[in-house]
Design a protein around this ligand. Structure first.
Ligand code: FAD
Length: 430
């Protein structure tokens, strides 16, 4: 009998628990440690922030579905991981012991790295549903008293699609409220060019997104380093491509949403051999930590180096499909270890993303994520908005019914020529 623990029940952790339950026999124990017992679908947060969704619509109660699937939930949250002792210390002083662990703790939001940034300072966030609900209140104030808006992603951020998405969603919501004409918008980003996305562009995302920005009257500043945020004023240093100072900006704002840099969460940060200096979990091609060989990791918490050098630090995004591919590889590899064999599955780390603009959007597929690529495709149109709604409904349904991947999802992805695993092709039950 093996005891497998999953730390974190977000997009990666929940489907990790389901895939482990599918692949391991019922004699093996699966435990999930999370902060709380609710799952929240992060990709819908931009819609929450303009009132297109409420909290209930994007959350799922994990307790009943975990009970049905024989997965034990510890909702206290982890205080500290002790990988040398195969133990997770929980916040109430109790512990969860494991034989194998999957870390899926997502990001810690590094607002404190820039003075005045974040919901405790002067800018909004859409990274968590609580933040998105606060952003909605700020949106309501903006509609009542329109003024300049700044949207973007700070230096070191590794999540750009949602920043563009939110700029266009906000644009649509302000048009619907008939106040867009009184809201000048500026997009501020660490990326060296619009549409870089932390991936050095995908297909022609540069042209696509620049064109969308022009059509929606959004100005932009790239290679931007935010120095400080004060009430109603953002101070920004703009650099040239080779990192020399180019311009200083003092932008006034009535409303601002800036995605922060990410780092590893405190419960895992600073563990020698487990994490890199930013607290992200080190993983080999099998998602396995090189020092603690029974520890795997999936999702935003995984250490992935940037695709290249940029004037301002720009991280690589970890999107939903990439995370799902890490999950499938990890489930397969843990099952092999339980059987006394060595891991052999590799995630493809393909980037597949739908960025919704409220009445249109941009979609891209980068396979693999670092150029040159086999698939390097991007496209735009109204269909992306419909596809994003489909993605939300479909993903929440699979979380609520406790299934990781019904066969039609697998069929659709394989029809596009996109596989989750590199080394091992899935050839079963359909
Ligand atoms: P999360 O979903 O953040 O889950 C981490 C979990 O770990 C949380 O439940 C948290 O409570 C828990 N945790 C943290 N610390 C502890 C602790 N000490 N003890 C116990 N539990 C802990 N990707 C797409 O493919 N498409 C999109 O449209 C898209 N939109 C996005 C929009 C936004 C605003 C953001 C920020 C990201 C978006 N992403 C999108 C990227 C990515 O898919 C999401 O960030 C995704 O939620 C990451 O999954 P994760 O499991 O790594 O982390």
């Amino acid at each position: 009998m093996a005891r497998v623990a999953v730390l974190g029940a977000g997009l990666g952790g929940v489907i990790m628990a389901y895939e482990l339950r599918d692949i391991l026999g019922p004699q093996h124990e699966i435990a999930v440690v999370n902060k709380g017992s609710k799952y929240s679908f992060v990709p819908s947060n931009p819609w929450v922030a303009v009132g297109w969704r409420d909290r209930e619509a994007i959350e799922a109660d994990l307790a009943p579905v975990f009970a049905k699937r024989d997965i034990r939930l510890h909702p206290q949250g982890a205080a500290r991981l002790h990988p040398a002792e195969n133990r997770i210390e929980l916040t109430d002083g109790s512990s969860v012991d494991y034989d194998y662990l999957v870390v899926a703790t997502g990001p810690d939001l590094a607002f404190d790295e820039i003075e005045g940034l974040g919901p405790d300072g002067h800018t909004q966030s859409i990274c968590q549903v609580d933040h998105a609900l606060m952003a909605k209140q700020a949106f309501d104030r903006l509609v009542k008293a329109p003024g300049p808006v700044i949207i973007g992603a700070a230096q070191g951020a590794s999540c750009y699609g949602p920043a563009y998405e939110f700029a266009f969603v906000l644009d649509k919501a302000l048009r619907d409220a008939k106040v867009r004409d009184r809201v000048p918008m500026t997009f501020v980003t660490a990326e060296p060019y619009v549409g870089h996305l932390g991936l050095d562009g995908v297909g022609d995302t540069k042209t696509l997104l620049e064109s969308e920005m022009r059509q929606h009257h959004v100005k932009w500043i790239c290679n931007a380093k935010i120095d400080r945020v004060e009430a109603g004023r953002m101070l920004i240093s703009e650099l040239t491509d080779d990192g020399a100072p180019k311009a200083s900006h003092e932008l006034p704002f009535a409303y601002s949403m800036i995605l922060p840099a990410f780092r590893g969460v405190p419960a895992v940060r600073g563990i020698d051999g487990l994490t890199n200096p930013r607290g992200f979990i080190l993983a080999d091609k099998h998602q396995r930590n090189p020092t603690f060989r029974n520890v795997f990791s999936v999702g935003v918490c995984v250490a992935i180096p940037p695709v290249g050098k940029t004037a301002v630090p720009v991280g690589v995004p970890k999107t939903g499909f990439m995370i799902e591919s890490m999950v499938t590889a990890t489930a397969h590899n843990i099952a092999r270890l339980v059987e006394g064999r060595e891991p052999d599955a590799e995630a493809t780390w393909n980037a597949v993303c739908l960025a919704d603009f409220g009445d249109g959007g941009v979609a891209f597929v980068a396979q693999p994520q670092i150029p040159p690529r086999n698939v390097n495709w991007s496209s735009s149109g109204r269909w992306v908005h419909a596809a994003k709604i489909g993605f939300e409904r479909y993903f929440l349904r699979k979380i609520r019914i406790g299934k990781s991947e019904p066969f039609y999802e697998r069929l659709a992805l394989q029809a596009l020529g996109i596989d989750k695993l590199k080394a091992v092709k899935i050839e079963e039950e359909v």
